[in-house]
Ligand binder design. Structure first.
Ligand code: LMR
Length: 337
C-alpha cells in the first residue's frame, strides 16, 4: 500500500466520522425561546412551563426551552415580528392579533356571540377549520401548532354598564382586531388599540375609560384595581395559537419534532384546564378584593347586548371569507361533538 493511498483512506475515514449523522445531527442541541405577554401566574404560563418540562424530558435535553412571560422581551406586535425574524422561536399570541400579519381570517374568532361555550370552540379548533386556519400562517414563515383557550370576555369601565347604551362615548382599550373595533363602534364607543402590557396604565391614568377582557386577564393584570364596574356579558372569545418559527421548525430532526408535538399536546390540556379554573377563581378573588362591582345581566339585558352587536358579522364580512363564516356556522349547528 502506498503512502498516498493510506493518507486518502485516513482522510476519508475522518470525514465519514465528522459528517456522520451520529456526530453532527444526532447530538445537536436546540434552544427554543418561548415569549409571551401574560403574567407568570397565568394559565398561559402554566401551559408554557408544562411544555418546557415535557419538551426537555421527551427530547432527553436536546431541546432547551427558555420562557419569557409578561412582555419582558416583546410586546404584542413586536413579538410577532421577533418570531418571524427568528429572535425568538415560539409564541402564544391571542387569535385577535394575527390580522396585522395579513391573516385576517383569525378575526372570525372575535365575532361576538358566535360561540356559546368552549364545546363550540373545540368543534372549530380541534377540527378541519382550525387546521386550515393554522395552515394559512405558513405563508408568513410561521407554523401553527396548537390552540389554547383563555375564555369569554366581559366589559369593564368606571361607570355601570347595564345596557349597551351605557358604553356610548367611552374610550375602550381593544386588541388589534378590526372585528373587535367594529364591535365597539356598534356600541357607540371609541376603540383604542393598545398593547396588553399598557392596558393597566392607560386605565389607571384615564387614557381609556374601559376595556374588555377575560376574568383571568382582568385579575392577573390587576385591572380590577382601576375599574369600578364590570358586566358579565361573556360576549366574545379570547384564545391563543401556539406558533413556531417555520425555519427553526423545519431545521429540527423529525424525532425531535414528534417529541415536541407530544409535549405540546399534554401542555395544551394543562393550559386549557388551568384557564377554566383561573377564570372561575379570578371572579371570586376580585369580588373579595374589590373595588370592582360585577353585574350579572338579566335575560332581557343579555338579549339587548346580543341585539346591539348583531350587525358586526355583516359589517366585517368583507374582511373574512364568507364561505369560512358559513362553514363555521354549519359546524357549530352540527350537534355532533
Ligand atoms: C390582550 O391583549 O388583551 C390579550 O390578548 C392578552 C393575552 O395574551 O391574554
Amino acid at each position: 500500500m502506498s503512502y498516498l493511498f493510506i493518507r486518502i483512506l485516513l482522510t476519508h475515514f475522518i470525514l465519514v466520522i465528522l459528517l456522520s449523522p451520529t456526530h453532527s445531527e444526532e447530538n445537536k442541541e436546540f434552544l427554543l425561546r418561548f415569549s409571551h405577554v401574560a403574567a407568570p401566574q397565568s394559565h398561559k404560563n402554566k401551559g408554557a412551563i408544562m411544555f418546557k418540562e415535557l419538551a426537555e424530558k421527551y427530547t432527553e435535553g436536546r431541546v432547551r426551552v427558555e420562557i419569557y412571560p409578561n412582555s419582558q422581551l416583546y410586546k404584542d406586535k413586536e413579538e410577532l415580528e421577533a418570531l418571524q425574524l427568528g429572535a425568538v422561536e415560539m409564541l402564544a399570541p391571542s387569535l385577535s392579533k394575527f390580522a396585522p400579519l395579513g391573516i385576517k381570517s383569525f378575526e372570525i374568532f372575535d365575532i361576538p356571540f358566535l360561540f356559546r361555550n368552549l364545546n363550540d370552540l373545540s368543534k372549530i379548533t380541534e377540527g378541519p377549520i382550525g387546521k386550515d386556519l393554522l395552515d394559512q400562517l405558513k405563508e408568513r414563515e410561521i407554523i401553527g401548532l396548537a390552540y389554547w383557550n383563555n375564555g369569554f370576555k366581559i366589559l369593564s369601565a368606571n361607570k355601570p354598564l347595564i345596557n349597551p347604551d351605557d358604553v356610548l362615548g367611552l374610550k375602550m382599550r381593544i386588541q388589534s382586531s378590526r372585528v373587535i373595533e367594529q364591535q365597539m363602534l356598534e356600541l357607540g364607543a371609541i376603540p383604542q388599540v393598545m398593547a396588553f402590557s399598557e392596558a393597566y396604565q392607560a386605565l389607571s391614568s384615564g387614557v381609556v375609560d374601559g376595556t374588555e377582557n377575560t376574568l383571568a386577564n382582568m385579575y392577573n393584570q390587576k385591572m380590577y384595581e382601576v375599574q369600578s364596574y364590570a358586566t358579565l356579558t361573556f360576549h366574545g372569545f379570547l384564545g391563543y395559537a401556539v406558533i413556531i418559527n417555520k425555519k427553526f421548525w423545519l431545521s429540527l430532526p423529525v424525532n425531535i419534532r414528534e417529541s415536541l408535538l407530544s409535549a405540546l399536546s399534554e401542555a395544551t390540556q394543562v393550559a386549557n384546564n388551568s384557564a377554566i379554573q383561573e377564570n372561575e377563581e379570578s371572579l371570586e378573588m376580585m369580588k373579595k378584593k374589590g373595588p370592582t362591582k360585577f353585574h350579572e345581566p338579566s335575560l332581557e339585558e343579555k338579549i339587548a347586548w346580543e341585539k346591539s352587536l348583531k350587525k358586526v358579522k355583516e359589517k366585517i364580512s368583507h374582511r373574512i371569507d364568507p364561505t369560512l363564516i358559513k362553514r363555521m356556522q354549519e359546524t357549530l349547528e352540527n350537534p355532533s361533538p
